[in-house]
Design a protein around this ligand. Structure first.
Ligand code: FES
Ligand code: FES
Length: 158
């Protein structure tokens, strides 16, 4: 066991972990960050995606100890970003969810993608989001929501 310092959604936290404990388990079970979902536990579904120092990682494939001293952002933490709020509103406007189980991972991944390239085209967007699986099949509504939200990431005033 060891105690690590980690920043989660802008808040400094200290948490005691096992050396081999997954970031996914620590976020959900020890820090109460329940937007992070899991289905496969082996890096295939992408539902456990979080941003680690700004880059998307699958938290079921990441040891918690790897996050020591780093910043984790999940869907809960995006509320401070006006662009990400608009992105989430776009998901609602486009009906881009059925059960919603995949939504946090799509929002986090899309936020990363649009931050990197707000001019992205539809084909590249599909490639960028291909690491997250929606079992309800709402892909086209998700693509529409994200494409529509590009304008907010181009807008330097928000
Ligand atoms: S639970 Fe992590 S990729 Fe599926
Ligand atoms: S909306 Fe159900 S998994 Fe995507």
């Amino acid at each position: 066991m060891r105690t690590i310092a980690i920043t989660v959604n802008g808040i400094s936290r200290e948490v005691t972990i096992e050396e081999n404990e997954l970031l996914l388990n620590v976020l959900r079970d020890k820090l109460g960050v329940t937007s992070v979902k899991a289905a496969c536990w082996r890096g295939e579904c992408g539902l456990c995606t979080v941003l680690l120092n700004g880059l998307p990682v699958k938290s079921c494939m990441t040891l918690a100890v790897e996050a020591e001293g780093k910043e984790v952002v999940t869907a809960e933490g995006l509320y401070t970003d006006e662009r990400a709020r608009k992105l989430q509103e776009s998901f609602v406007e486009h009906g881009a969810m059925q059960c919603g189980f995949c939504t946090p991972a799509f929002v986090v991944t899309s936020h990363y993608v649009l931050s990197k390239n707000p001019e992205i085209d539809g084909d590249d967007l599909k490639k960028e989001l291909s690491g997250v699986i929606c079992r309800c099949g709402t892909y086209y509504q998700i693509y529409d929501a994200v494409m529509d939200a590009r304008k907010h990431y181009r807008d330097k005033n928000i």
